[in-house]
Ligand binder design. Structure first.
Ligand code: AMP
Length: 282
């Protein structure tokens, strides 16, 4: 596996692969890898000839009081895992390669970025959309694989691809969970044992909400949100938001239907913020 640090070298490798009509997949990550990330690489392997995994902790998607400075750096471990999954290239640019002096341009996906995680993280999705645009330009993939774990992000990237006319297929891969249901996340390493117990409330709220959704034909989103609040609060979590929205448009549903997704963000303790989501009827 080639480890590539410069955009120029990455363009050239991708262009060489394209000349021989090889299908290229990109899997963007910020490192600190777990099974969720590795599952994306496996998806990519099924649908492409060449895989590029990018590892870049993108400074512009973190807010001022967020964990950019402490984001776990495990490059040696991560690159070993990526290579073992059969990736052909690891794009690992230094920050100054992505954001040259006097960088001024940003990509904004307007309405979709405003609700849900966008409320408490107003600049987050602008940072994500900008870095993903740059990664698409540098790697020229045919396919890009993202996790459904970051549900709002996935919808935003799909919109971005349509709006900016990229000829890239976006694949959304299922959420990979721990045995007890907690969605895998790089931020789970911040949880102490009490926090780890409390963190289960996201999955418990999802399971309870799915159960009610299956047992009743007519069910208001409000009832699901109330149930979620109750479960999260009882567990000691702080609910940042819980919404029932359409799985394609993120528009809130008044009543649960076959396209409804419950998405939630919960603060565990003072600083660990976790997200999760699930279709309610599936
Ligand atoms: P991150 O490194 O957290 O930016 O995540 C990189 C990619 O991995 C994103 O597309 C995430 O949605 C995806 N991902 C993170 N956690 C999971 C998970 N538990 N299951 C599936 N995909 C995930």
């Amino acid at each position: 596996m080639k480890v590539i640090r410069s955009s120029r070298e990455m363009y050239e490798l991708s262009a060489r692969w394209k000349k021989t009509a090889q299908v290229i997949s990109l899997v963007p990550t910020m490192g600190c890898l777990h099974e969720g990330h590795l599952s994306l690489i496996r998806h990519a392997r099924e649908v492409s000839d060449k895989i590029i995994v990018s590892l870049f902790v993108n400074p512009i998607q973190f807010g001022q009081n967020e964990d950019f400075d402490s984001y776990p750096d495990q490059f040696e471990r991560d690159s070993g895992l990526i290579e073992a999954e059969g990736s052909d290239a690891l794009f690992y640019p230094p920050p100054e390669e992505m954001y040259t002096e006097n960088f001024q341009t940003s990509v904004k996906v307007k309405t979709l970025s405003q609700g849900m995680c966008g409320i408490d993280r107003p600049d987050h999705f602008g940072g994500v959309a900008t870095v993903v645009t740059k990664l698409f330009n540098i790697t020229s993939p045919d396919i890009a694989v993202f996790g459904k774990k970051d549900f709002q992000q996935l919808i935003i990237i799909k919109r971005l691809v349509k709006d900016l006319s990229y000829n890239i297929e976006i694949i959304g891969a299922p959420i990979v969970r721990e045995k007890d249901g907690l969605a895998m996340s790089s931020r789970n390493v911040y949880l102490d044992s009490a926090g780890r117990k409390c963190a289960l409330c996201l999955y418990q709220a999802i399971q309870a909400s799915k159960k009610i959704s299956h047992s009743r034909d007519e069910l208001s989103a409000e009832q699901i949100i109330e149930e979620t609040k109750k479960i999260v609060t009882q567990a000691g979590g702080q609910l940042e938001y819980a919404v029932v929205v359409n799985e394609f448009t993120l528009v809130p549903d008044n009543f649960v239907n076959n396209n409804s997704v419950l998405a939630l963000a919960v603060k565990i303790g003072d600083s660990v913020r976790l997200i999760d989501n699930s279709k309610l009827r599936s």
